[in-house]
Design a protein. Structure first.
Length: 282
């Protein structure tokens, strides 16, 4: 009923490590059932006749030091319904393992490689998995993991995807210090629960949400920071006053741009500055 990619990536510039899952299905709220991940531990997708208990169990095994293959073996040997399960796991080091039970509905299968596990069931055919793997392998390691996962998901969808149609999609990415304000590990946690809400196209809607996630919930890079000079500060404060805010930082808080402007207004993200000037021009 589902196709997914589970992966680990290392940023070649910063060395930061991320783990994530992208998944789509003709199933309501697939993001509720399938993905789980913890930074510094690993990630899992549980699908087909999904055993949602696998998520906590797998992450516990990985946290105890098990490899992806060992964690998967433990899950399956304790589950009498394993022939109906499909699972993909990537561990802290990027070792990958996947299982497709013989009772999963056709077409069903998976592929693993260095740092990724791709799996799907009730697909239009093997070409879905092949397209996802080709997309992942061709992607730029310097790109954020969420973008790479979403591109692989879109490639699988374009190749046929779930043979029953499209209903939901989800994207989960974790990285240490990546959460709101840098206070947890959730870099991306987005879901489209029912395609009826977005014209029957959950993956493009997920892409739109990822753009918003990057703007509102991702910290500015050094390259994106524009120093606030006295002249620029005066411009920003004039803008804020014209929009009824007590000062510019109050406007920032109202618009939820806290991760894109320095708390002491020593810098402003280039995109926020562009938005300010667009508002002013309008």
């Amino acid at each position: 009923m589902t196709f997914s990619i589970v992966a680990r990536a290392v940023d070649p510039a910063s060395g930061e490590v991320s783990w994530g899952v992208a998944v789509a299905s003709k199933f309501l709220a697939v993001g509720n059932a399938v993905p789980a991940a913890v930074a510094g531990v690993g990630a899992i997708a549980t699908q087909a006749a999904a055993n949602v208990a696998y998520k906590g169990l797998a992450l516990a095994h990985l946290d105890d030091g098990a490899t992806a293959a060992v964690a998967l073996q433990r899950l399956l040997e304790e589950d009498d319904e394993r022939d109906h399960r499909q699972v993909g796991i990537v561990d802290v080091e990027g070792n990958a393992a996947s299982h497709t039970g013989p009772a999963c509905l056709d077409w069903a299968g998976s592929v693993t490689g260095d740092g990724y596990a791709i799996q799907g069931n009730i697909l239009t055919g093997e070409e879905v998995i092949d397209a996802m793997e080709a997309s992942w392998r061709a992607s730029d390691p310097a790109e954020p993991l969420g973008r790479r996962l979403l591109a692989a998901l879109a490639a699988g969808d374009a190749a046929g995807g779930d043979s029953r149609g499209r209903q939901s999609a989800a994207l989960l990415v974790v990285r240490e210090g990546a959460g709101y304000g840098g206070l947890d590990d959730v870099a991306v946690d987005l879901r489209v629960d029912d395609a009826a809400s977005c014209g029957g196209a959950p993956i493009p809607e997920l892409a739109r949400l990822l753009d918003l996630n990057d703007l509102y919930l991702t910290a500015s890079t050094e390259a994106e920071k524009v120093p606030v000079t006295p002249a620029l500060e005066a411009e920003l404060e004039t803008f804020a006053a014209a929009h009824g805010a007590r000062d510019f930082l109050a406007w920032v808080g109202t618009e939820n741009y806290e991760m894109r402007v320095a708390p002491d207004l020593s810098w402003i993200d280039e995109r926020i500055l562009e938005l300010v000037r667009e508002h002013r021009a309008g």
